[in-house]
Design a protein around this ligand. Sequence first.
Ligand SMILES: *Cc1c(COP(=O)(O)O)cnc(C)c1O
Length: 395
Amino acid sequence: MYVYADNAATTSLSPKALEAMMPYFTETYGNASSLHSPGQRAAEALQAAREAVAAAINADFKEIYFTGGGSEADNQAIISGAMAGARKGKKHIISTAFEHHAVLHTLNKLEKEGFEVTLLPVHENGVVTVEDVAAAIRPDTALVTIMFVNNEIGTIQPIAEIAALCHEKGVLMHTDAVQAVGHIPVDVQALGVDMLSMAAHKFHGPKGVGALYARRGVPLVNVIEGGQQERGKRGGTENIPGIVGMAAAIGEATADLPAHMAYVTGLREKLIEGLSKIPHSRLNGDRDKRVPGTVNFCFEGIEGEGLLLWLDQKGVAASSGSACTSGSLDPSHVLLALGIPHEIAHGSLRLSIDVLNTPEEIDHILKVVPEVVDYLRAMSPVWDELERGLTPHLI
Ligand SMILES: *Cc1c(COP(=O)(O)O)cnc(C)c1O
């Protein structure tokens, strides 16, 4: 048995989404900007997809801008918020220490261009508080950007409350909802955010396509200059097959959401219960304020990298946290932001399951993870020192 438990990194393409996409590679290949009928058929598909994506998050179709993925949507939202503020002399941005790198690196760039960035600390439970945001807002704050669901630990942030506070203070609010859309209810009216990012490949759509929701009146700045596509806010011939696939996937992911959430939550509870039995382990992030499918554990005395390679051998695809940092030896910035010591953050494991996983697969994970942890600990000099009492256990 081989279990794919890395859905927070990417998901498989849904067969229905693939089927919806196919004609747009072959028969309906027109450029949506062309006046002839093949072009107009592409333009109609684009419009239908825009309406479907808008409907899934309770937005108007005119508020949806298709992008080349979640990272691009994050870049465009943050740069737009920054520039809108700068025009009014506001050059302060608030975010958190555990955002995705698409957010953190965009903020770094803006800092070099004279913006001031406050990264809020994240509490040990992996949840940002409204009070912390309130305390950080200044008269010159242009933008608050806080993720909806953290991609490494799965915790859900109080976005509606933060957005309400921002509006009281006249500050724009963006949320990176890439891990939320298709996994928990996302309603832009109920949330009250000004901008929201999503990526198709995180909910069984194709890779390389995403969308930015921008409330009417929010002034967007282009990150890709070009033609008049996307109401002039994102140049480049539209990726019609990808956009059609995204629309099909978002429809499928949100259609039976309560039932899907209940099913995945049940599997996740089994996972947490089983993995918690491993001695000197801890669940990272709040026990309950979490997305159905993502769990993140630390196991003392082992290296995340070794764990992942062995799990792969034993038939489990998992992650040590962010796919973007694997390959570097630094522990996850997310776990460090939670205040987890370096030596523990190194032994982290993220399992992200979804509606395609079966109870038998969870049993398989719960069989092999304890075996591999035991095996690695038996060879670990760090574990040996812990067991002999030369260094104190931290978990
Ligand atoms: C995956 C992810 C992104 C990046 O999306 P891409 O489509 O891969 O560019 C951004 N933010 C979060 C929270 C993510 O999980």
